[in-house]
Design a protein around this ligand. Structure first.
Ligand code: CTP
Length: 408
């Protein structure tokens, strides 16, 4: 379990909306990530969820009133924001968005948002009926919030508690936690487009059987999440995995190496970085059957013939000759001589960066050790969970992109 919010002090604001029921789980998830959570509720929010529940989950006194006699100096709006790292208003109602757009200070939560020091980021997770979200007044207010540097998380589209369907549904607690964690990461890939492959491929033998490998996709998904956290626009071309898509990442699902190749080549134009993390099958079954193969008593087992798949990384690297983009990063799992094989593979593949790890024992694991090879040698990123390594790798890539931009 990661503790990505360890040491962070958060104010969690709740405003009036049925999505308050998700705030309990959100509060718990934030605490589990190591954050210290101070809950502040508007009067309307208290009609949807009890302050006692939020108090028990956060472990801190919950404030609901700017005239709270427990606050000796009557300055909760100052006291609560001076030590905060971020304020998250979730759920954020249409009315509270209006208040933020106008700098209103007519209850504790709105006063506290206006009184926050400039380095304390404000994130809001809208939750409302679809018509309220699409109302021109709300659109104007949301645009104003964006202009003021307030981060809008979601909302999502889907079925709503009122029975209608459309945009306005609050993001799920785990997505909000992901967004909050991302808000603390350095935006070293802001404005960059990054294309990533992840997971195994599956090569059919017949309609019900196939050949695949033990890649879980965890490393590729972690790299996609880390790139997104760093501000990149991320497209993830994924073989079959059971992993959830990192929030804010565009995902294209494929099955075979050929499909992965075609999906990548369809998206490669305009990308700044390509990272091939997928464990792509080197061969496909050339004589795959359209019908299910039947075993026959005493008959010979089927004879499979193989044909070589295109090398996706090589195809992408081949497109870089004119513009120099995308910057290509390969992955290699070696079972021995990682140092020697890694450096040689980088040269052979003609790419600026190759990430080596000792496989196949890393497949499916949460931890890994990786070595980054470039034209100057290698850098070891010591054993850590895959998301930590992915973030380090993203900053290694960003450093090199920066140097490139300086040279061109
Ligand atoms: N790769 C790819 N397309 C393929 C095979 C591999 O894009 N058809 C990419 C992988 O995503 C990875 C890198 O190439 O980034 C390394 O793959 P690997 O299988 O280790 O390289 P090979 O050249 O096949 O080396 P070897 O078989 O000698 O280990």
């Amino acid at each position: 379990m990661s503790m990505d919010l360890k040491g962070k002090k958060l104010v969690l604001g709740l405003t009036g909306g049925v999505a308050c029921y998700k705030a309990a789980e959100l509060c718990r998830a934030l605490v589990k990530q190591g954050a210290s959570v101070q809950v502040v509720m508007t009067e309307a929010a208290t009609h949807f969820i009890g302050a006692v529940t939020m108090q028990a989950l956060s472990g801190h006194t919950v404030y609901t009133d700017q005239w709270d006699p427990r606050v000796a100096n009557n300055m909760a709006h100052i006291d609560l924001t001076r030590s905060a790292d971020a304020i998250l208003v979730s759920p954020c109602s249409a009315d509270f968005i209006r208040k933020l757009a106008h700098g209103a200070c007519d209850d504790l939560l709105s006063t506290l948002c206006v009184a926050r020091p400039r380095h304390v980021s404000l994130l809001v997770a809208p939750a409302m009926n679809v018509e309220m979200w699409e109302n021109p007044a709300t659109r104007r207010n949301v645009a104003q919030l964006r202009e003021d540097g307030i981060q809008i998380l979601g909302p999502d589209a889907g079925s709503q508690a009122c029975g209608e369907t459309g945009f306005g549904r609050m993001l799920e607690p785990d997505e909000l936690v992901e967004e909050l964690i991302a808000s603390f990461q350095h935006k070293v890939l802001a404005g960059r487009r990054v294309l990533i492959t992840a997971g195994p491929t599956f090569e059919p033998i017949d309609p019900v059987r196939g050949i695949t490998n033990l890649s879980s996709g965890k490393m590729g998904y972690a790299v996609a999440r880390a790139a997104r956290e760093a501000g990149a626009d991320v497209t993830l071309v994924s073989g079959p995995t059971s992993l959830p898509t990192p929030h804010g990442v565009r995902r294209v699902d494929v099955l075979t190496a050929q499909q992965m190749h075609d999906a990548v080549m369809a998206k490669v134009e305009g990308q700044h970085v390509f990272i091939g993390v997928a464990a792509v099958a080197d061969w496909r079954v050339a004589n795959a059957s359209d019908q299910k193969l039947k075993k026959q008593d005493g008959g010979a087992p089927p004879q499979l013939e193989f044909a070589q798949n295109a090398d996706i990384l090589a195809s992408v690297a081949g497109t870089t000759s004119l513009s120099g983009w995308p910057y290509c990063v390969g992955f290699a799992a070696e079972s021995e001589n990682l140092m020697e094989f890694g450096a040689a593979k980088r040269e052979r593949k003609g790419i600026p960066l190759l990430v080596g790890n000792i496989g196949p024992q890393t497949f499916g694991q949460d931890d890994n050790t990786i070595i980054v090879f470039d034209e100057n040698g290698h850098t070891v990123l010591p054993r850590a969970d895959k998301l930590t390594l992915a973030r380090q790798l993203v900053s290694e890539i960003a450093k090199r992109l920066e140097q490139r931009s300086l040279l061109t």
